[in-house]
Design a protein around this ligand. Sequence first.
Ligand code: NAD
Length: 380
Amino acid sequence: MPIGTVNHGVTVAMIFETIEKTGHEEVVFCHNKDAGLKAIIAIHNTVLGPALGGLRMWPYKTEQEAVNDVLRLSRGMTFKNAVAGLNLGGGKAVIIGDPSKDKSEALFRAFGRFVNSLNGRYITAEDVGIDVNDMEYVFRETEYVTGVHQVHGGSGDPSPFTAYGTLQGLMAALQFRHGNEDVGKYSYAVQGCGHVGGEYIKLLREQGAKVFVTDINKDAVQRCVDELGCEAVGLDDIYDVDADVYSPCALGGTVNEQTINRIKAKIICGPANNQLATDEIGDELQRRGVLYAPDYAVNAGGVMNVSLEIDGYNRERAMRMMRTIYYNLGRIFEISKSQGVPTYLAADRMAEERIAAIGKIKLPHMGNGGTRFQGRMRGQ
Ligand code: NAD
């Protein structure tokens, strides 16, 4: 194998300055020419435990774009895992490539070897562009992977757990706003009837709630109408629905300058990631008296569920864990009220306080040499 040539023309464009600002502990550039692997693993913070976060495969136009994405996403995982009360830090990985044509066994096994070399400081999982079959290959090279198939002791599809967790967040929001958790008494505008949205809608309807739905997938909408008794509305009309709660279950950025004047709901609570287009939109919601349940606290069910694979997956424990989302949201709303800050900032503060408190009694996680992940069978 060639050991490479010296190239004096290449600069590491302010990477240390960047990661000093973002607060990252470690950024690993992974390369294997034969497997076509170009990946970046970013470990943001391991004060609470090993950094857990998904692997994303995306045809980034530039390497800079990939670096930006992995730094942003890994930092987000630190906050999400901290608020979720997990003994896990934040990390994320990206593979530069097109998931529709660049996947191979060698690619994922090469990636798995890099994950393994970190000795448990980073634990990977599925994210955009990755499925359970890709994870099977990663799992052949390392045990530091979650979201593997159930036959290996994995936890399976996280969507029903994320939906159940979202319901817990909703109940906390109703309690804070109305002093009751009577889900069935209120009406909901649900955007997206996919994996999580579909399950969430079922939970709402079980309690007799009035539910308006929309989705680009017409069949999914029709199923909600025929089988669950929901009312269908047009894709763009969802923002104008006169409902008590707006639940984004599809894309990010749907609460933005254009929609904020249209959304009538006084509560925004749903599982979609990155719902607020900007922080300023979060400030404006607060000014208008709209209670925003921060997305990463509401949708933590998925990461909670896979985190249980580390000690041996148990469904009962998973359901119990989902219910803690109710208390996490309650705490966020209280911080927001007592400190006079928008809820999205209150969530960040809750995460920072926990990391600071635990940081005083612990050192960064240095890997565990394979002593965790009990109860799972590795192999083919
Ligand atoms: P999914 O792809 O199964 O569902 C998304 C649905 O949104 C699809 O049915 C799609 O047709 C629909 N959609 C796309 N664009 C739309 C639009 N413009 N208007 C209306 N509908 C539109 O995905 P999912 O797993 O259900 O995830 C939904 C959201 O929740 C995503 O933002 C995801 O990042 C987030 N999330 C999911 C999990 C999980 O456990 N699956 C965990 C945490 C966060």
